[in-house]
Ligand binder design. Structure first.
Ligand code: ADP
Ligand code: MG
Length: 256
């Protein structure tokens, strides 16, 4: 396991600390303000939700936090390490080693087996075959799909594919995992299992999992909800036993 400065200095730093984050997109000769000044701090590990209407900036925010893109203004610290000023090469390395990302489309490589998909980031980072296979098999077992190691994605159910994607996201034991609508392609039963699993992973591994979702049912599995509206944080509140119906009302009140 690579030990970097970021990993060493991270013990007491908040998993996520963001100040004054702004991001514009250019569309022809028009400027679309996607984020207009986001302040957001997550001080403890756990499972968190970002909600908000379509176009409110959820994916943009997640991409910036996950080191997939640069902000126009503002500071992003992940586990005590500033990432907003990093070069592309530095961002790529930081992302691979310290951040896990889970997408709605799973983004698995169709020609690789589950095991190969999971170990790919470790292979790119020069981890030995024995070590990376060992890590992947441990994760497959922890996620309940040990017997699927040699299957290609098209031989797996949607839920199994997402578990493979989660295992891939965990291969470097990141401190923060980001998920953008991770159950958007799954049925409601499988979705519930996935939310439960993400909550359990966060608790068991003292990991911070931040999930974008438009489903109040999903947010009910989280400890806190951040509501985005029009590129700003409209509200942030603890879930504290609220059910899906209560969460839906609470979230909608934030942007009306
Ligand atoms: P959400 O995930 O909440 O639906 P997004 O972060 O995808 O919102 O988008 C926020 C705003 O930025 C929207 O107005 C969207 O149309 C715009 N936007 C997002 N990505 C791009 C892009 N690549 N080019 C131009 N505009 C974009
Ligand atoms: Mg989105």
């Amino acid at each position: 396991m690579p030990t970097s400065e970021a990993a060493k200095s991270s013990a007491s730093a908040p998993p996520i600390h963001i100040q004054g984050l702004k991001k514009n997109y250019e569309l022809g000769n028009r400027v679309v303000p996607a984020l207009r000044g986001i302040d957001l701090t997550i001080s403890d590990s756990g499972f968190y939700a970002i909600m908000g209407p379509s176009g409110s900036g959820k994916s943009t925010l997640l991409h910036l936090m996950a080191a997939l893109d640069h902000p126009d203004e503002g500071a992003i610290e992940i586990s005590g390490r500033r990432i907003d000023g990093l070069s592309e090469a530095q961002l790529t390395l930081f992302r691979r080693r310290h951040i896990g990302i889970i997408f709605q489309q799973f983004n698995l490589i169709s020609t690789l087996t589950a095991l190969e998909n999971i170990t790919l980031p470790a292979m790119l980072d020069g981890v030995s075959v024995a070590e990376r296979n060992d890590r992947a098999r441990t994760l497959l077992a922890a996620l309940g799909i040990a017997d699927r190691a040699d299957h290609r994605p098209d031989a797996l159910s949607g839920g199994e594919q997402q578990r493979v994607a989660i295992a891939r996201a965990l291969i470097f034991e990141p401190s923060v995992v980001f998920a953008d609508e991770p159950t958007g392609n799954l049925d409601s039963n499988t979705s519930r299992q996935m939310w439960e699993l993400l909550g359990k992973i966060a608790a068991d591994r003292h990991l911070t999992v931040v999930m974008v979702t438009h489903e109040p049912t999903a947010a009910a599995y989280c400890r806190k909800v951040f509501v985005l509206s029009d590129g700003l944080i409209a509200s942030a509140f603890d879930v504290d036993g609220m059910d899906a119906a209560q969460l839906a009302i609470r979230a909608q009140q934030s942007y009306r």
